[in-house]
Ligand binder design. Sequence first.
Ligand code: SF4
Ligand code: SF4
Length: 376
Amino acid sequence: MKSSVKIRKIDSYDPALLDLAIKDFLDSNRSSKLSKAKRVLIKTNALGAYAPERAVTTHPAVLEALIKYLLAKGKDVWLGDSPGGSLGFNHVFETCGYTALAEKYPIKLVNLSTSGTRELISDGYPLRVSDAIWRCGAVINVAKYKTHSLMAFTGALKNLYGLVPGMVKTEYHKEYPDTKSFASMLVALYLATRSRITYSIIDGIVGMEGAGPAAGNPRSFGLLFGSSSIPALDLVASRIMGFRINDIPYLFDALHKDGILPSSVWIPTSFRGYRIEDAQIMTAKLSSDALKFVPRFAAKSFKKIYDTRPMVGPQCQKCGVCVKGCPVKAIAWQEDGYPLIDPGMCIKCMCCHELCPYQKIEIKQSWLVKTLERFS
Ligand code: SF4
Ligand code: SF4
C-alpha cells in the first residue's frame, strides 16, 4: 500500500504559515469523509495542565489554524481529549490554551472521559473507547512530537490513547504492564479506531526531547507533519528524530497490519535523509526489555546493574497526583509527608512520571544504562 507524509519546515507558531500548511495538508487529502462530514472532532494531545510553551500538549496555534479551516468549510467543530491524572478537564483545557479558542470561535470543547464510551473487542482486546469518534463524521488527530519514557516516541498512534476514558487508562496500564503487551493493546486500539481517523497531524514546531512525554526539554524542531496514514506518519516523524523502526514497540506491527512497506512511504524530496542532529532519545523501558535476554538465574543480579526506575524527586510538591494515579498502588505516603515508590511493586509503567504536574518524578538510571545510552 502507498502512503504519503507531508512535512513543512516552520520555525514559529506564525498563524499565517500555519494557515497555509493546514490548507495544503487537508486540501490534498483525497478522503471524501472530511468533505461529507457535518461534524469534525479534533483530537488534541491534552496530557495535563501545561502551558503551551512547555511543549507537552498540542500548541493552540496549530489547532486554531485547523479550527479556522474547518469553520470556513461550514463544519461543526468539536475539540476534545481525556486528560490523565486527577486534575479537572476545565483546568487542563484552560491551561493548554484551548478554552481561549472556544471563547474566540464557535466550537465545542469535549471531555472524552465523560461524553460516553463504546465497548468493543479489537484484535482480541476488550476496549473502552470514547463514543465521540462515532458521533462525528470525521476525526482529525493532532499529536505532539515527543520522546516517551514507556514507548520511546509519542506521535500520532500513541495520541489515540486519549480516546480511552480517564481512569480506564490506568486500568490498562495495570492489565498490560510491560512494553510489549501495552504496545499490542495500542495496536488493537488503532485497528478499532483507524476507520474514524480521517487525517493526522504532528506538531513538531516545538517538541520535546529527553524525559518525555511531560518532563523532558522543549526543543525547536521546526517541523509540522501530516498524513492520512497514522503508522506512516509515525514512521517518518520518529525516523527524523533519530529512532529506528524497532525502537518504537508498536510501529512495525501497525505498519504490517496496514500493509505498508516502510520503503514505500512517500515524503517530500527535500526531507529524504533528513535527520535532527543529537536529539536526546530516552528509552526508559530499555532495562526491563533487556532482561528478556538474560537467563532467569542471572536476572536478579543483572537487574541491579542494568536498571531504570522512577523516583520521587526532592522538590516534590506533595500534591498526591502520583499516589492516586499509580495503577498498582506502588506509591504511598510516608511519615515525612512525601510519597515513596515501592520498587518491588512498581511495574515501570511510567504513569507517575507522565502525570506529575510538577515534573518531580525523576528517572533514575544505573551506570550501565547510562553508559549504553551514551554509546547507542
Ligand atoms: S510507581 Fe510509577 S512507574 Fe511504578 S507502577 Fe506506579 S505509576 Fe507506574
Ligand atoms: S511526585 Fe509529583 S505528583 Fe507526586 S506528589 Fe510529588 S509533586 Fe505530586
